[in-house]
Design a protein around this ligand. Structure first.
Ligand code: GGG
Length: 358
């Protein structure tokens, strides 16, 4: 039987509540599947840890995480710590340090759920975003001088390297070639960003020559954001830079009816380092600890982790269990208009895992 060691970093706020449900669901899946087992080690890193230790994770945090097969991550950030400290102290160093250069984010309206678009149902909203995850606008390059004077300067530099752009576009083209639609949309802004995005477009055009079977389109990111709303059914696979992908996928979460639904995989495709799976949602301090956060995004992230570990059958079962619960529409959290608790939704999904595996 395959054994996997999973590092669990619940992080802050509702990350703690929702990741607990993801772990419980993975235990259930491994019981019914019988082909693999998990051991989970939980690390209490995050803003509370920062207040006690002056750092979001220990200095050797990456060395510790590097010994695991995968990482389950909850959320980073709480009002007690400035957001740029918490993000750059925990989440972004893991993504960069482990070369998790693909951020895979499905945008799919689940059965039984209602998005904000009046005429669009699950058959219209079902696509995937590939976000570059280690460089671009989130390279972390820049500085500030002459603070608190009239000549104060802040510089934040986007860094686009040929290897960085090629590897994310290569991944997206390979994925497009495998998907039935054979389509790829690139998010650009090369009218205004005449260096970085013109370069991005050039690499996209070069690579297109190698994939004649893939129908390519590109949109300026502002027009693409509008298209997410006006014609999501025309999208199958979208690739974008770090910032564009971040913003577009929050919009994607909104299309799914709640940010409590979309999952996210931070992938190191070569498998040299562990990949990390997390809900797209942040820590939501306003509902943290109330037991009402939607656990679907975290549980769906666990399903993506199963896919990544090579257990697509188990990943599919977990997603089917989620959709059985949303489809029935009885046990849903307040963000989707229900009254169920985080734990009740988790329990309902686990009951469906048993029911569907009979
Ligand atoms: N679970 C995701 C999370 O904690 N997100 C906080 C955030 O601000 N993320 C920005 C990003 O994904 O780059």
């Amino acid at each position: 039987m395959k054994q996997y060691r999973i590092a669990v970093v619940p992080g802050d706020g509702i990350g703690v509540d929702t990741i607990e449900q993801a772990v419980a669901s993975l235990r259930t899946i491994s019981q019914v599947h019988g082909g693999f087992q998990f051991t989970f080690d939980t690390f209490p890193w995050g803003c509370q840890y920062y207040l006690q230790h002056g750092e979001m994770m220990p200095a050797d945090g990456l060395r510790i995480l590097g010994g695991y097969d995968s990482i389950l991550f909850g959320a980073a950030g709480f009002p007690s710590v400035p957001d740029h400290i918490s993000l750059w102290g925990l989440l972004l160093p893991i993504r960069q340090g482990f070369q998790q250069y693909i951020n895979l984010r499905p945008v799919k309206l689940l059965r039984g759920t209602q998005g904000p678009l009046r005429d669009k149902g699950p058959e219209d909203i079902d696509f995937v975003c590939v976000r570059e995850n280690t460089e671009g606008e989130y390279s972390g390059v820049g500085g500030r001088v002459h603070r608190h004077t009239d000549s104060e300067v802040a510089v934040q530099t986007s860094v686009f390297t040929r290897s960085g752009v090629e590897r994310v576009l290569r991944y997206a083209f390979d994925l497009a070639a495998k998907r039935p639609a054979h389509e790829l949309v690139s998010a650009t802004k090369s009218n205004a960003l005449q260096y970085s995005m013109v370069f991005w477009d050039e690499v996209f055009a070069e690579m297109q020559q190698e994939y004649p079977q893939v129908r390519c389109r590109q949109y300026h990111v502002d027009a693409l954001a509008a298209r997410f709303i006006t014609a999501p059914e025309t999208l199958d696979l979208v690739v974008g830079s770090n910032l564009f992908g971040d913003i577009l996928t929050d919009l994607g979460g909104a299309l799914q009816g709640s940010l409590g639904i979309p999952p996210s995989g931070n992938i190191n495709p070569e498998g040299r380092y562990p990949s990390m799976f997390e809900p797209v949602h942040g820590s939501a301090p306003d509902i943290a600890g109330k037991g009402i956060a939607n656990p679907i995004a975290a549980i769906w992230a666990a399903s993506m982790m199963l896919d990544h570990l090579g257990h697509e059958d188990a990943g599919r079962l977990l997603l089917e269990a989620i959709e059985a619960v949303t489809g029935a529409g009885q046990v849903i959290t307040p963000d989707l208009g229900g009254t169920a608790t985080t734990e009740q939704v988790g329990d309902a999904i686990r009951a469906q895992i048993y029911a569907l595996s009979k």
